[in-house]
Design a protein around this ligand. Structure first.
Ligand code: GTP
Length: 361
């Protein structure tokens, strides 16, 4: 694929927005369907001909290395670097440099679910002669993002952080940074060594000023799984076959060693993880039940991420329809308790009847 053989996957962030799930695992190890989220990215890279990966780690690096090792199981070569302190997205790429061969590399945020055509991206990068190419994705409302404005030839003209309506031009496409880049050797050489800095804020503006930063967008599926709502939406999208790279399941994903009572209902936007048990009369909608979780008889869960080994007592009602409920690993929800989201139950926490995140109406 246009000579790009290596990818740096940025996996060192603390993932604060996904707490408490990320208290016990780094964000890239949060499962999506049947495997850690980042494994879907590795599958996509491998299918695109990129088999050499550097994980640029920081927070909880051991979990990644314990799961992926040297990558041989996936037919890849995986190396690891660990930030001595949080280095930001650019510093984390610079830290990986000793493991890179030179030339162009792909850089991916480790929390992006996409079916982007990576071969088309790297071909485009090669054809324009850009020093860096940034993947862009369209949004309806750019006010919460950094808008990237392109010139007619595809060069980045400007970055507008959280633009106000008067800064927008009539009819212009609202394109934002999709967290996937091709960085040439010269662009990487601009990153200072051992200093915390950001690709978007500290490196790209200078490249854009020199006209050597290009933007690339297509109609790919794209979602950042960094919040509970986005994570549940990404799960539903993957189950429904909305990505070209993950086949539709035709219903819920239920692991082979899970036990779901014949009288329980699990809808098609839900995942029942390994060794989970769901009791008779329980109803699960738009929820993810992680490894070893238990749901008692007649309990209802809607819009819930239930942590590994967490237990929901019989008849409890967890209603995340207005905003997701995230129950930390090993937490216990008493029989008959009612919780209304959005909100979280801490890792190992306990909720008794009458207690709640928000009073039930
Ligand atoms: P929040 O704390 O919820 O904002 O999540 P995050 O820490 O993952 O931050 P963010 O979503 O902005 O990061 C984008 C990607 O870059 C993620 O895949 C992070 O793992 C990664 N990342 C962010 N900061 C660093 C860093 O300092 N070092 C490394 N190695 N990776 C980072």
């Amino acid at each position: 694929m246009s000579g790009v053989r290596q990818a740096v996957v940025l996996v060192g962030g603390e993932g604060r927005r996904l707490r408490p799930l990320t208290d016990t695992r780094p964000k890239p190890m949060v499962p999506l369907l049947d495997r850690p989220f980042v494994e879907h990215q590795l599958d996509h890279l491998r299918r695109s001909g990129v088999r050499e990966i550097v994980f640029s780690c920081g927070y909880r690096p051991d979990a990644l290395e314990a799961h992926f090792g040297d990558g041989a199981r996936l037919g890849m070569r995986i190396g690891y670097v660990v930030d001595p302190e949080p280095l930001g997205t650019a510093g984390a790429v610079r830290n990986a440099e000793p493991l890179l061969h030179g030339g162009d590399v792909l850089v991916l945020n480790g929390d992006i679910l996409t079916d982007l055509d990576l071969a088309a991206l790297t071909a485009r990068h090669g054809a324009t002669g850009a020093e860096a190419t940034i993947v862009l994705t369209p949004v309806e409302d750019p006010s919460a993002f950094g808008l990237v404005r392109l010139r007619a030839g595809g060069q980045v003209e400007a970055f507008l952080e959280k633009p106000t309506p008067d800064q927008l031009r009539p009819g212009e496409p609202f394109l934002i940074n999709a967290g996937t880049y091709v960085l040439g050797e010269r662009a990487r050489g601009l990153i200072p060594d051992g200093v915390a800095c950001s690709i978007e804020r500290d490196i790209f503006p200078g490249l854009a000023d020199r006209g050597v930063l290009h933007g690339h967008s297509d109609d790919a599926y794209w979602r950042d799984i960094g919040t509970p709502l986005a994570y549940l939406q990404a799960t539903a999208d993957a189950l429904a076959g909305r990505l070209r790279t993950i086949p539709a399941t035709g219903g819920a994903h239920v692991c082979a060693d899970a036990q779901v009572d014949a009288d329980a209902e699990v809808d098609g936007a839900s995942v029942v993880g390994p060794r989970v048990r769901v009791g008779a009369g329980a109803r699960i909608a738009g929820s993810v039940l992680l490894e070893g979780a238990r749901v008692g008889a007649d309990a209802t869960l809607d819009g819930v991420v239930l942590g590994a080994g967490a237990e929901v007592g019989a008849g409890a009602r967890l209603d995340g329809a207005a905003g997701p409920l995230v129950v930390g690993d090993g937490a216990r929800i008493a029989p008959g308790a009612v919780l209304v989201g959005p909100g979280t139950v801490p890792t190992g926490g306990a909720v008794a009847v009458g207690e709640g995140l928000a009073p039930a109406r």
